[in-house]
Design a protein around this ligand. Sequence first.
Ligand SMILES: [Zn+2]
Length: 340
Amino acid sequence: MDRIDLQGIRSRAEREVAEAATADALDQVRVRLLGRNGVITQAFSRLGSVPPADRPALGAALNDLKASVEDLVESRVAVLQETSLRTRLSAEAIDITLPGRGPTVGRTHILTRTLEEIAQIFLGLGFEVVEGPEVERDCDNFERLNMPAYHPARDAQDSFYVGAEWLLRTHTTVVDVHVLDSRRPPMRALAYGHCYRRDPADASHSPMFHQADGFMVDEGVRFSDLKGVLLAFAHAFFGPEIRVRFTPSYFPFTEPSAEMAISCVICEGRGCAVCKRSGWLEILGCGMFHPRVLEMAQLDPERYTAFAFGMGVERPAMLKHRINDIRLFYDNDVRFLGQV
Ligand SMILES: [Zn+2]
């Protein structure tokens, strides 16, 4: 009778190896079976107590058992490695079916684009684009443009004063004064940028707004030159079908003065709510520089004449892009900015 229960050891080994769920647990099983004090090692040490005739067969059976248990452990190691690899891969998995998140790309603000578009048109007409400071002296902003101290446009109600002498410029026409001082005719210049007036914000007013302002000085500059330049601008900006209309007006720094209107871009002149049924939209003021303005710039009004014009930038942009509230420009709502 076999005193060593080979079959029992084999069954136990198969069960424990199969139940080992981790590499550590499997290693403990291996030590219990094959280690120095393991069941199989101890079985070998008991060979001496077996009758000599039985030893070779029992020894061979034990070697066979040891080899097959080693094989069991080896294959279990491979299975556990495979399982742990799968677990790790599934934990680190990237779902490539998810749609990607594209980077959000900004764009130039509609008002900046409008300013650049206006500047580009006047550059094409031979104008130089100039800049000036946003804080100006009272005398440059008003007096040099023929608005002396008693003029109502100087009323503090209309302007943001920074101390007694300085104020936020109320129009870009003040840049003309600096250009007139620093150059000699012939000159053609366009200035644009921010202007500030104490207007309460509503759908068509804002205390901060933009203007583009141009002028040309030379011998023999006439009102017809002004009309030709502004007609070319209106066609380039609004389209070749646009008609223009000049009506008499008043500005302290021009004489004669005019308002220029364009045929309504909404109703094409038939009359609608935007043009108040008139078919026309006023977009800018213009005229010939007052002789006093030239004199104050040390230019002889008998020799030189000059035309000048100034327009808001928001209104043409609103008309061109069908925007009905000026405040939308400054709200920075990306839903609006993405549309225009
Ligand atoms: Zn209309």
